[in-house]
Design a binder for this molecule. Structure first.
Ligand code: AMP
Length: 459
């Protein structure tokens, strides 16, 4: 223990921080902390390529707080931008825990609550501001928040900020911050647009790369199941959740509708333990409460859409379930990053339909490793794929094939023709769309008799 603690001592942190770190239960500095702390303390600009879960927040907070020393003046001296309210609260929590034995003052700024009150708190004297881009701009433009004393600027989750379309707000903020300051940018991935953004506000930054780009944290056990359709996904999830080892589970889905359907299904099937939903239709308070309850451990299952995924910082998530394969491939890394965080191991399970195969291959290339496929458990009922759902998947596969080969004609249409022929054989009515008259023509195949909808009504 003493040896481990000296890890942080060797980083030259003052006693008040060492005490706080000990109380937070950190014993060994993580690799990003070991590398970043001395460099940031020396005042250099830094680009940190590190995923969530690597301890990057403390890696930038500790040296920044150490450099700010103690409460001083009324205007903020450091600003940390993060993409979501949830993340503002998490970073702020770390500022407050790490700064427990200092007099540094901090405030969190985010949308959805009164601007005036936040502006008042900020004006009452503050050293560190943690904010979403939008709210910082609003307070600057409309409430006169004074940013001229900013010495340190940190852009966290830069890739996500750009994904979420915050580029205009970032430009506006960069324009109003003092030119002379220490700049830092943290991002899970270092794509072209992230690099471009860094050119806009950083000269000769020191680049710290913790893991190769988009490599999932090594502690995550990745698994996948080949699943034919939505209903079987529900059956499989319900089956997996019977395992009590799945005690703190996040399920990621692509849409609010899917999230609601899973929730209802598991409710009907009397899932053991509490479950909650987080998506953008839920009020901010509901989202925060769900998140806090999950964090405390009173909620077993949290179902979330991707947009919300980034804001979640929970340790000891036992399992992440990708109910839908993400089509933004970085999201796979972000999603599974919820588990296996800072020294904890976890499992990430992905459900893969036939139209997801294409995306899974792309993800495997990105993470530079295969995702093992497990056999479907014998107890899981394999539902039949409804016609519509199958068509949607075939259409999706066609689109994917066309992406790779623009000359590809599309098997879906061939299959559709085949289906029509089958129906014709069975003497079924095939609806047709007549472009000219815009009336629906139905052809009764057996008799060859044609009737327009209009005529049928009349007759
Ligand atoms: P982050 O990558 O900053 O989101 O941190 C991920 C999680 O790791 C947070 O819950 C931190 O509290 C935790 N953490 C950060 N540094 C350490 C450390 N040195 N030892 C153990 N846990 C840590």
């Amino acid at each position: 223990m003493e040896n481990n603690l000296s890890g942080f001592e060797e980083l030259g942190l003052p006693r008040q921080y060492l005490n706080a770190i000990e109380e937070m239960g950190y014993t060994i500095p993580t690799p990003v902390q070991q590398k970043a702390i001395p460099i940031i303390r020396s005042g250099q600009h830094v680009i940190g390529i590190a995923q969530t879960g690597t301890g990057k927040t403390a890696a930038y907070l500790l040296p920044v707080m150490q450099n700010l020393k103690f409460a001083q003046g009324e205007l903020p001296r450091a600003v940390i931008l993060v993409p979501t309210k949830e993340l503002v609260l998490q970073v702020l929590e770390q500022v407050q825990l790490l700064g427990k034995y200092t007099d540094l003052r901090s405030v969190g700024l985010y949308g959805g609550v009164g601007r005036k009150k936040q502006a008042e708190t900020a004006r009452a004297g503050v050293d560190i501001v943690v904010s979403t881009p939008m709210r910082l701009l609003e307070l600057y433009q409309e409430e006169g928040l004074d940013l001229k004393k900013i010495q340190v600027f940190i852009l966290d989750e830069a890739d996500r900020m750009l994904d979420m379309g915050f580029r205009p707000q970032l430009n506006a903020i960069l324009d109003v911050l003092p030119r002379k300051k220490q700049n830092m940018m943290f991002s899970a991935t270092f794509s072209g647009i992230v690099e471009e953004l860094s050119w806009d506000f950083m000269d000769f930054p020191f680049k710290i790369e913790i893991t190769p780009e988009a490599t999932p944290v090594e502690t995550v056990d990745q698994q996948s199941y080949s699943v034919p359709n939505f209903q079987t996904k529900l059956n499989l999830l319900e089956y997996l959740m019977r395992n009590t080892e799945m005690s703190r589970v996040m399920v990621f889905v692509k849409s609010k509708t899917t999230a609601n359907r899973i929730f209802e299904y598991l409710q009907i099937h009397r899932l053991k333990g509490e479950m909650r939903l987080i998506h953008s239709n839920k009020g901010q308070n509901t989202r925060i409460n769900a998140f806090n309850d999950f964090k405390e451990g009173s909620v077993r299952l949290l179902i979330s859409t991707d947009v919300m995924a980034r804001g979640i910082d929970v340790t000891e998530v036992t399992h992440v379930v990708n109910f839908d394969v993400p089509t933004v491939y970085e999201d796979y890394v972000h999603r599974i990053g919820r588990t296996g965080r800072a020294w904890c191991t976890g499992t990430a399970i992905t459900f893969v339909t036939k139209s997801d195969q294409y995306h899974i291959k792309q993800i495997e290339q990105k993470i530079r490793m295969p995702i093992p496929v497990l056999d479907m458990p014998a107890d899981v009922v394999i539902a039949e794929t409804p016609f519509e759902e199958n068509q949607d998947m075939e259409r999706e596969i066609d689109i994917q094939k066309k992406k790779d080969d623009p000359d590809f004609k599309g098997a879906f249409h061939e299959k559709k023709d085949y289906k029509i022929k089958q129906k014709q054989k069975a003497g079924k009515r095939i609806p047709k769309f007549s472009g000219k008259s815009k009336s629906i023509i139905t052809k009764t195949v057996k008799t060859g008799q044609k009737t327009s909808k209009h005529n049928r009504k009349k007759g």
